[in-house]
Design a protein around this ligand. Structure first.
Ligand code: COA
Length: 630
């Protein structure tokens, strides 16, 4: 029986640790897998299928230290064939580190100087946690075919029991990819009060028909092996290695993208043998796999994964997500065809539709599904950005001075953000379309305590927004805002973006569908400087940050104040307020003289769907006065 960690301030937690005795390559160092017998009621652990397990052993590892307040625990859910060994080394002389060593450790995305990280081998597995190869107390022999069918909910319930026994009541975050992502979803639905943040990577609400098909073929490869013996092969000298190896090869094909396979292997053959490189690669993967995995575990875990279906269980994803309290990040991988990005989008959209705090990003990777294990550079950035900022922990406080610094040195549109802030009511809900790095959202959060969501197409910007602690969706606003129900926002802001979207009318309509008011800013092409340049050189002058016709991403729609007013009139949109922001002394004089279209460098307008006939704009300049449209 293990001791629970003390809850007294500054007391050292007494959770047994996997250890950090030796630090190699800056990681967590030498670690060991621990084992714990879970305390169960007399009836044992009841599974979703109705059967019970009389005993439960869980193999787990931990890294870092639990904070005195117990608020820094991060649970990692491993994928189909993973195990508890996430980071560090078991053997100081072996080169093999844990399966997410690049993400977990000091100064890594899941920074063990601040977080207490836990991962356990899942129920049904074969790396130390109770599974088909474990001893069945009823018979004194391994369960084999008698091991019950398990569900992802059972896997997570066991994780919950483990944490309870370790004295951990809250999770700062729960993170997992693939079937690990399904566990994350189960966590936020089944134990909503326990989870603060959740990251669901390359997963879905259920497996596609194609995914089910690959698993079914893999299972039949195992069951067709004459050495499978109905699942009771333990203790015989015959193991279904051929079938398990074949199942792994089939599965492995789905983990790689077509591009990756082509780049790595092409149609190359091995020099000494006639087989293809891709063939020997899969053979190698199959052979490695049978040395560490059990065929019955493969059957039970793939069945659990295939049975997982939130829509079937709850009627709809929205119903499934009703209890969710965690802030969620859904991550998709661009080249994943096992869980294609649209599966992640479906999750993120459903969470958004039921008003949950959710962010979504699409990582550009070539590797395919396995990118969350093999190509983790962008994933590391997203995870690091999303995790909460722990200020009081067992280690040093984690501060974020660079954010404040960059804000100080780089405030090109502070005046504009200030005007937007003036237009927005305190405590309102704001949607920032084309949110860039999220500075406007930060300004509005700081000054007006808004709750906001940003949308941007660029992954680097999206990660910056996450880093600022805002919710953000990676997406193309030209594609519409279908996931967002009508009227759920007070304001939709389109800051310096109208001129670069392909369908400005459609975007304006969409923003006024989802929000009561729109706030639009754009560079004014009608300013005197542009008119002069065009007249003198005969060339379209640069507008705002982009330069028409000369940059890779030119402004696709050039607006003057008159054009914008005309567009609004045609679309039945009222301009409720307009600020003309002049550039330079002459511009200021022109704006002060009421010649907004001639003097304004940038325009900022508050708009709304017209109730009756279009009203004339009440205009104001950067320094407030009525604007002319000459
Ligand atoms: N012929 C034979 N073997 C080859 C080969 C070839 N043409 N090309 C590469 N290999 C071998 C390498 O020698 C190396 O062997 P080793 O592992 O014994 O050192 C191995 O293949 C490298 O595998 P690779 O897939 O290229 O590594 P990676 O860094 O790209 O990916 C993993 C690492 C861990 C993601 C990957 O190996 C893996 O196991 N994927 C499956 C993970 C999984 O279960 N995903 C399921 C998610 S649900």
């Amino acid at each position: 029986m293990l001791m629970s960690p003390s809850r007294e301030d500054h007391a050292e937690p007494e959770i047994p640790r996997s250890g950090t005795r030796k630090n190699r390559d800056g990681g967590v160092g030498l670690v060991e897998t621990l084992s714990i017998q879970i305390d169960l009621p007399p009836g044992g652990f009841r599974l979703q299928c109705g059967q019970s397990l009389p005993e439960l052993t869980v193999a787990y590892e931990t890294y870092g230290a639990l904070s005195p307040r117990g608020d820094n625990a991060v649970y990692i859910c491993h994928a189909l064939t993973g195990d508890a060994h996430v980071a560090g080394y078991h053997d100081p002389d072996a080169g093999q580190s844990g399966w997410w060593d690049g993400l977990v450790g000091p100064d890594r995305a899941i920074d063990t100087r601040y977080y207490f990280v836990i991962c356990a081998n899942i129920l049904g597995g074969c790396q130390g946690t109770t599974g088909p190869s474990s001893n069945n107390p009823a018979t004194g022999r391994p369960y084999g075919s008698a091991f019950p069918r398990i569900a992802v909910a059972d896997i997570v319930a066991v994780q919950r029991l483990l944490l309870k026994q370790l004295g951990i009541e809250r999770l700062a975050a729960v993170i997992g990819g693939s079937v690990g992502g399904m566990q994350v979803l189960e966590w936020i639905i089944d134990f909503p009060e326990m989870v603060d943040r959740a990251i669901c990577i390359a997963s879905g609400a259920n497996k596609s028909a194609q995914g089910l098909a690959f698993d079914a073929v893999g299972r039949s490869a195992i069951r067709s092996d004459p050495d499978w013996q109905g699942g009771d092969y333990y203790g015989t000298d015959r193991y279904p290695h051929g079938g398990l190896s074949l199942a792994r090869k089939i599965g492995h094909i789905t983990y790689l993208s077509q591009e990756m396979m082509t780049r790595r292997f092409g149609r190359e053959r091995n020099e000494t043998r006639s087989d293809f490189q891709v063939e020997s690669y899969l053979e190698h993967q199959g052979q490695k796999f049978i040395q560490r995995f059990d065929a019955n575990s493969y059957l039970r875990i793939t069945e659990a994964m295939d049975d997982f279906d939130l829509v079937e269980r709850y009627g709809s994803l929205e119903k499934a997500f009703e209890p969710v309290r965690a802030k969620v990040l859904v991550v998709a991988l661009s080249s994943d065809w096992l869980f294609p990005p649209d599966r992640s989008v479906q999750l993120a959209n459903a969470l958004l539709r039921c008003g949950k705090r959710v962010s979504y990003c699409l990582l550009p990777v070539r590797h395919g599904h396995d990118a969350f294990l093999a190509d983790t550079r962008q994933l590391s950035r997203a995870v690091r950005a999303f995790l909460p900022w722990i200020r009081q922990t067992a280690g040093n406080g984690r501060e974020r001075p660079w954010i404040a610094e960059s804000d100080r040195v780089n405030q090109p549109r502070r005046d504009e953000y200030g005007i937007v802030s003036d237009m927005v009511e305190t405590g309102s809900r704001v949607l920032d379309l084309g949110c860039g790095n999220g500075k406007l959202l930060s300004t509005l959060t700081d000054e007006k305590r808004v709750s906001g969501l940003g949308i941007d197409i660029d992954i680097d910007q999206v990660i910056d927004v996450l880093d600022r602690g805002h919710e953000v969706f990676q997406g193309d606003i030209d594609g519409g805002l279908a996931a967002i129900p009508d009227g759920v926002y007070d304001y939709a802001v389109l800051s310096q973006t109208l001129q670069v979207v392909r369908r400005p009318r459609f975007v304006l309509r969409e923003m006024l569908r989802v929000a009561r008011y729109g706030i639009v800013s754009f560079p004014n092409f009608g300013k005197w400087h542009n008119r002069l340049e065009l007249a003198l050189t005969g060339r379209v002058p640069g507008v705002g940050a982009a330069s028409a016709g000369t940059t890779e991403e030119p402004d696709t729609h050039l607006f003057t104040v008159k054009d914008f007013k005309n567009l609004c009139r045609q679309e039945g949109i009222d301009i409720l307020d307009m600020a003309c922001i002049p550039g330079g002394r002459l511009g200021r004089r022109l704006v002060q003289a009421g010649l907004c279209n001639l003097g304004a460098d940038r325009i900022l307008a508050k708009i709304a769907r017209a109730r009756g006939a279009g009203r004339a704009a009440g205009c104001r300049r950067g320094d407030q006065s009525k604007a002319g449209t000459r």
